[in-house]
Design a protein around this ligand. Structure first.
Ligand code: 2AL
Length: 243
């Protein structure tokens, strides 16, 4: 089984971390292809970054269909391009936010999301509504760490995120923490040990879901709005992306 894990930002050090997190939970017979698009933003921290990242991300899905990928993980907490990716792919496409939030619901009646910058909070809140988990999500919290600070050993990212998780447990009454950025994957085990509650990294959660769905011979429905995109002309710089 081949699962393509796409970090839609172009920071390859983060892609490596994400690939390791996926491999740590995947079965031995699962090949994890961890990639970043060739074009796009170094980090995704807003609506514009997300929209721009979707082009490269969808190109990776398009190539993945030719490479024989069985499933995909979109490894950015805004789940950018998730519905569009499901149109292109035959196999399951799992976003890390959706997988992490749904997994949190199995483990606690209330969870808090701890994410990066305040401006990304609204993106996660919109997803909470979209995925129908409002009754479980007690709060989405910003740590005010920029995504690329997670890659910077000088930033003391672990301590900043730990502090915000602690506040979430004390002030929100949450029983679990959802990490609100794929680049936090390598902090998950240490945080869980230190906090003594389930800490859910979406990369691991989405990889497990993707593998499970493929094992169950389940694919994306091609009846309705996830049907393959209609063939038509795409003009100008997007002509290569034409379905
Ligand atoms: C993310 C993420 O997971 N990767 C990225 O570049 N931005 N999400 C976030 N909330 O900052």
């Amino acid at each position: 089984m081949k699962i393509k894990v796409i970090n839609p930002n172009t920071t390859w050090s983060m892609t490596r971390t994400i690939g390791e997190a996926a491999r740590a939970v995947a079965s031995a017979d699962v090949e994890i292809l961890a990639v970043s698009p060739e074009h796009g933003p170094a980090s995704i921290e807003g609506h514009y970054d997300e929209a721009m990242a979707c082009i490269g991300l969808l190109d990776e899905i398009r190539k993945g269909e030719q490479e024989g990928c069985d499933a995909y993980v979109i490894a950015c907490f805004g789940d950018p391009g998730l519905d569009a990716a499901r149109e292109l792919a035959r196999g399951p496409v799992i976003g890390v936010a959706e997988a992490a939030m749904r997994n949190a619901c199995y483990l606690a009646t209330g969870f808090s999301v701890v994410t990066t910058l305040q401006r990304t909070v609204i993106i996660a809140e919109h997803l909470v509504h979209k995925y129908g988990v409002s009754s479980h999500c007690r709060k989405v919290r910003a740590s005010e760490l920029a995504v690329l600070e997670l890659e910077d050993p000088q930033s003391n990212a672990y301590k900043t995120i730990w502090d915000e998780c602690r506040r979430a447990l004390d002030e929100d009454g949450s029983g679990a923490i959802v990490l609100g950025c794929a680049g936090m994957a390598d902090l998950c085990n240490r945080l869980q040990q230190a906090l003594g509650v389930p800490v859910i990294d979406g990369v691991a959660a989405a990889t497990i879901m993707a593998e499970g769905l493929v094992r169950a011979s389940l694919q994306t429905s091609k009846r309705g709005d996830y049907a393959f995109p209609l063939p038509k002309t795409y003009a100008g710089m997007l002509s290569a992306m034409q379905p």
